[in-house]
Design a protein around this ligand. Structure first.
Ligand SMILES: [Zn+2]
Length: 306
């Protein structure tokens, strides 16, 4: 548990979990889960102390904010998070913070789409009364938009060293994100099988960008298990469309993906919704950018894209 509270010197994405020094006068920037930590690290580097609320390798939807974390959080200068029910415990904690803490819901920085916007029954557009989908970071363009807000908000913190401009970090990171976005645009121009079968409904923004259609085994919340009837429906749909690969998410249980693959005679392959990165992978240098490139390569192979 101590690891989840720790504030780091922010030396690199692999070093997000160091320990806080009381003599440290740098601003404390809290983030609710991994992709936001990477944004802060890339934009502000070691000019800030980073407090990450979801421990490395833990699934963020069900993150529970402890009383001790709440104490740490109340000392932060800025808290960045995603609302709309993505992490209910974080949203609840934020409501109880003193007014000295600036709280920023980064979903306000991007265009959120209604759930199902990539689905056949929704195209060309899902009705606006579908609830919004918070998995916005899976389109790199939304990462850039959130990074712009993060840089602007951190720049406003009084204790930030004025000698260190954040524009340099922001520009470099935005360029890398733009390249990943361009890779999506060029890789998925023509796919033999545009149905992307995944463990949970996380990849809608990726699918919209890539002109694919997701077929998740569970919903937006990965904790809700599919019934046998749901699984049969998914098997019928995916078999009818000639799906040959069922993708499971590295950080989630893969039993349902294995079952579905068996039912339709498909193979299984892992992808990663970048909701969290294990400490081991962080140490090995994994980042949002490297994981997205790997996702693009595997999805393109599984869907027969040229
Ligand atoms: Zn999710």
């Amino acid at each position: 548990m101590a690891l989840s509270l720790a504030v780091s010197a922010c030396a690199g994405p692999g070093n997000l979990f160091g320990s806080k020094k009381s003599s440290d006068s740098r601003p404390v920037i809290a983030v609710s889960f991994y992709p936001l930590a990477e944004i802060v690290q890339r934009v502000a580097g070691d000019t800030v102390q980073l407090l990450q609320l979801t421990p490395a390798g833990k699934e963020p939807h069900e993150t529970d904010i402890s009383a001790q974390q709440l104490v740490e959080l109340s000392k932060a200068d800025v808290v960045f998070y995603l609302g709309d029910g993505f992490q209910p415990s974080v949203e609840k904690a934020i409501k109880n913070l003193p007014s000295t803490v600036t709280t920023i819901d980064l979903l306000q920085s991007v265009e959120e789409l209604p759930q199902g916007s990539d689905k056949e029954y929704c195209l060309p557009a899902c009705p606006n009364n579908n609830p919004p989908d918070p998995h916005v970071w899976l389109d790199p363009n939304n990462m850039s938009e959130m990074a712009i807000t993060v840089a602007a908000e951190i720049s406003k913190v009084k204790s930030l060293s004025s000698t260190t401009p954040l524009t340099e970090g922001l520009t470099t990171y935005a360029e890398e994100l733009q390249k990943v976005g361009a890779l999506i645009d060029t890789t998925f121009k023509k796919c033999e099988r545009p149905q992307l079968v995944t463990s949970h409904d996380a990849f809608m923004y990726f699918a919209v960008r890539a002109h694919l259609i997701t077929m998740p085994i569970t919903g937006v919340d990965p904790e809700v298990e599919p019934s046998a009837k749901d699984l049969e429906g998914t098997a019928f749909y995916t078999k009818e469309r000639g799906v040959t690969t069922v993708f499971y998410e590295k950080m989630l249980p893969r039993a349902f993906a294995d079952t579905l693959a068996k039912m339709i005679g498909a193979k299984v392959e892992s992808i990663d919704a970048v909701e969290t990165i294990s400490e081991k992978d962080l140490k090995a240098g994994a980042t949002y950018i490297s994981i997205m490139k790997s996702n693009i390569r595997k999805i393109a192979a599984g869907l027969g894209c040229k």
